[in-house]
Design a protein around this ligand. Structure first.
Ligand code: ATP
Ligand code: MG
Length: 418
């Protein structure tokens, strides 16, 4: 029976008291992206499994361990989206959005699904807000995306979050760096975890992303990618930094960032908040992906974007004491006594709502006293009491719940609420 009254592990309900925070956060992020010319795109919750194994990379934790994959009744393998970039790329290709009017700039606000061990800001169903910019290879595009990430965080009140940036280079740099990594990790074969030994064969860069503390300790001494960048990649990275400095966007070069997904090239970054107890919280991350569209069968097209985890962002905002707009209470409660007064209260409520004023009336058949108590609970700004006498006179009293002051009010189309 517990299955009927408890949600699956790693999921959570957002109750009405919390929803306004979510609505505020989502609206702020969407509107900030709009300021930069990014328009919202909505994509399906599930896709063909192959889309993710191809794009996210089949040696990543996400694909190897975390995907919600199932066979549907038509015998197709489908997967609940673990992230948004693959779906947006698929949609852009499918609808020919990469053909003209470049750069393509889109945002998305989605739920994601990953089979992970829940705890400390980690869920199996979580929310991501993200953006993608297609068609621009220039460092200007990187700076634009980084500026947008910073702007989003600032708009929600997190001006102190730092952008940690790195460059993963191009295919050529990566090849030379991978060789160096293999050489380095080879010496620690006896100490690496089983998964990392496998990674060392298939995708050595992934060893740097291992969550195992012992492996992390070894990875800390690994060679830095920045020493293996070709001239072009170095120049690109320099230009990105010059632009950030020019625009006053706080950043820090952090050569250990590799990101959890395989499609990245050149610039990668994370949005990092250091909590009061020193814990490093990653609110989001992103980067440039050179090979993604090609991998999906399209013409070579550069892309760059980021995704923020909204649960972690909200937790960070709460920890930082960021302000949220106050909830709008009920503007007026129409308390009534008797059936005809109840009908009048209903009519007046409809009238007020048409004018955009939030109004509520009794639906429970409560006594007048109980209705007043309920109006208090709703934190109604005003209460109008309608009894037999008031009904006959066509006039009642409007009571301010703040001051207790009362003023006469008409009980027909002439009703005026301050
Ligand atoms: P992590 O290293 O924390 O596992 P990741 O590299 O897997 O993160 P991305 O795939 O880059 O994360 O997703 C972007 C953001 O989404 C993360 O920075 C984080 O804020 C959020 N996120 C990722 N996985 C989860 C999850 N299971 N629950 C809640 N938020 C998540
Ligand atoms: Mg992860």
């Amino acid at each position: 029976m517990a299955y009927l009254t408890s949600a699956p592990r790693g999921t959570k309900d957002i109750l009405p008291e919390e929803t306004p925070k979510w609505q505020y956060l989502e609206k702020t992020l969407l509107e900030t992206a709009e300021l930069f010319g990014f328009r919202e795109m909505r994509i399906p919750t599930f896709e063909h499994t192959e889309l993710f194994s191809r794009s996210v990379g089949d040696t990543t934790d996400v694909v190897q361990k975390e995907m919600y994959t199932f066979t549907d009744k038509g015998d197709r393998s489908v997967t609940l989206r673990p992230e948004g970039t693959a779906g947006v790329a698929r949609a852009a290709l499918e609808h020919g959005l990469l053909g003209d009017a470049l750069p393509l700039k889109v945002s998305y606000n989605i739920t994601c699904f990953r089979y992970e061990k829940p705890g400390s800001g980690r869920y199996r169903e979580f929310h991501q807000f993200g953006v993608e910019l297609y068609g621009a290879a220039s460092p200007a595009a990187d700076s634009e995306i980084l500026a947008l990430a910073y702007h989003c965080l600032k708009e929600v009140g997190l001006g102190s979050v730092v952008l940690e940036i790195n460059s993963l280079g191009c295919r050529e740099c990566r090849k030379r760096y991978t060789q160096a990594l293999i050489q380095y990790f080879d010496r620690y074969r006896g100490q690496l975890c089983g998964t990392c030994l496998e990674r060392l064969e298939k995708n050595p860069l992934r060893v740097l992303d291992c969550k195992n503390p012992e492996d992390q300790r070894i990875a800390a001494g690994a060679p830095s990618i920045l020493d293996y960048l070709c001239d072009d990649c170095q120049e690109h990275f320099r230009e990105v930094q010059a632009r950030l400095t020019e625009a006053g966007i706080p950043y820090r070069v952090e050569p250990t960032i590799v990101r959890g997904l395989d499609y990245y090239t050149r610039t990668v970054f994370e949005m990092v908040h250091t909590s009061p107890n020193g814990e490093r919280v990653v609110c989001g991350g992103g980067g440039r992906y050179g090979g993604l569209i090609e991998e999906l069968g399209g013409n070579p097209t550069e892309g760059i974007g980021f995704a923020m985890g909204l649960e972690r962002l909200l937790a960070t905002m709460t920890a930082e004491g960021c302000g949220f707009p106050p909830e709008e209470p009920c503007q007026v409660y129409l308390a009534s006594m008797g059936e005809s007064a109840g009908v009048r209260a209903f009519r007046l409520a409809s009238l007020l709502r048409e004018r955009g004023i939030s109004a509520q009336c009794d639906l429970m058949g409560r006594s007048l006293k109980a209705q007043m108590k309920y109006a208090n609970k709703l934190k109604a700004r005003y209460v109008v009491v309608i009894g037999e006498d008031e009904l006959q006179r066509g006039e009642g009293l409007l009571k301010s719940m703040d001051t207790g002051e009362t003023t006469p009010v008409r009980l027909d189309e002439g009703i005026q609420i301050p």
